[in-house]
Design a protein. Structure first.
Length: 319
């Protein structure tokens, strides 16, 4: 609860100190303030059938959006025969439109629109982590999302998820705050010319230092810890290590569209650098409290369920 109050105080403090600000050449800076939504029908990685097609035509984008909507319709109750179920379409926020640039994937480089392979060492770390997550031996072994501690959608990189896709940006002369709806993460980007933190200081969201290049906010983030952020992609999960460096660019395409671009450089995790971009739409929605940790019964029930699954069934004991 204290952490939630502190985050709220930071947002409120920055919001009350917003100033217009000027660029190094004396011109007025673009205003990135406001609510933005990243939900999109554009996939993170380019589908295999679109391997050599980086852009849709407007007609192709419209057809993709119709197919995407059909694929994400709520299944009929009779079609769900196994499992305990999951969130329904009331909770999901997949987005209904492709990105405004009509790209066929968020990943723009490599040319095939796919995330590069992990290095052998990183692939082994990923294998061990995923294997540990399957055992559900104790709460600490579960992912930060399951523990309601962090989801890293505040970035970097700021990648869309299937729900809670809102961001609040508060801009001042010395800092930009990005408040993510998912698990209430807040990231502060310093604009006062300070250097990065010493390499001995590591943080889950890294250390973000920004500067203005004309009408574009450029953010350089280093000093990540070894937590290894996890996001879903077409082939499973991927992570990174403390050598990650992310360069982000924020620029207004128009009054209601934010172009977000990022570059990933992590030579000990990926076999090649990679880049991506997406557009966010200005929103009139509000960010509500993400009260995940309070009464987090799912954590207890997941551990209890796996312990029950490990016990022999009555039929097995009779054999």
């Amino acid at each position: 609860m204290l952490s939630l109050l502190l985050r709220g105080a930071v947002v409120a403090a920055l919001a009350t100190t917003v100033v217009s600000g000027q660029s190094a050449t004396g011109g007025r800076l673009p205003r990135l303030d406001g609510m933005w939504n990243s939900a999109t029908a554009t996939p993170l990685e380019r589908p295999r059938e679109l391997k050599d097609k980086p852009f849709f035509t407007p007609a192709e984008a419209a057809e993709w959006e119709r197919d995407f909507a059909r694929r994400n319709e709520e299944p009929a109750p009779a079609a769900v025969r196994t499992g305990t179920g999951t969130y329904n379409t009331v909770y999901r926020e997949y987005g209904t439109r492709t990105v405004k640039t009509l790209r066929t994937s968020i990943i723009t480089e490599p040319a095939d629109g796919r995330i590069p392979a992990l290095t052998p060492a990183a692939a082994e770390v990923k294998r061990r982590r995923l294997e540990g997550l399957k055992k559900f031996e104790n709460p600490e072994a579960l992912g930060l999302q399951d523990q309601c501690l962090a989801f890293l959608t505040a970035g970097p990189p700021m990648l869309p998820y299937s729900y809670n896709s809102n961001y609040q940006i508060v801009q001042t002369a010395d800092a930009v705050l990005i408040h993510a709806e998912m698990i209430h993460d807040a990231r502060i980007i310093h604009l006062d010319g300070r250097p990065h933190l010493p390499s001995s200081i590591r943080q889950g969201l890294g250390d973000s230092i920004g500067r203005w290049e004309g009408d574009t906010l450029v953010v350089d983030t280093t000093n990540f810890d070894d937590g290894g952020g996890f996001y879903g992609d077409a082939g499973g999960n991927f992570g990174w290590d403390r050598n990650l460096r992310v360069i982000e660019r924020f620029r207004l395409l128009d009054a209601d569209t934010l172009l977000y671009q990022f570059e990933i450089d992590n030579p000990t995790a990926f076999t090649a650098p990679w880049r991506g971009e997406l557009t966010m739409a200005r929103s009139t929605e509000r960010i509500y409290e993400y009260a995940c940790h309070e009464a987090n019964y799912s954590l207890t029930n997941m551990l209890r369920g796996f312990r029950a699954a490990e016990r022999p069934s009555p039929d097995r004991r009779q054999r």
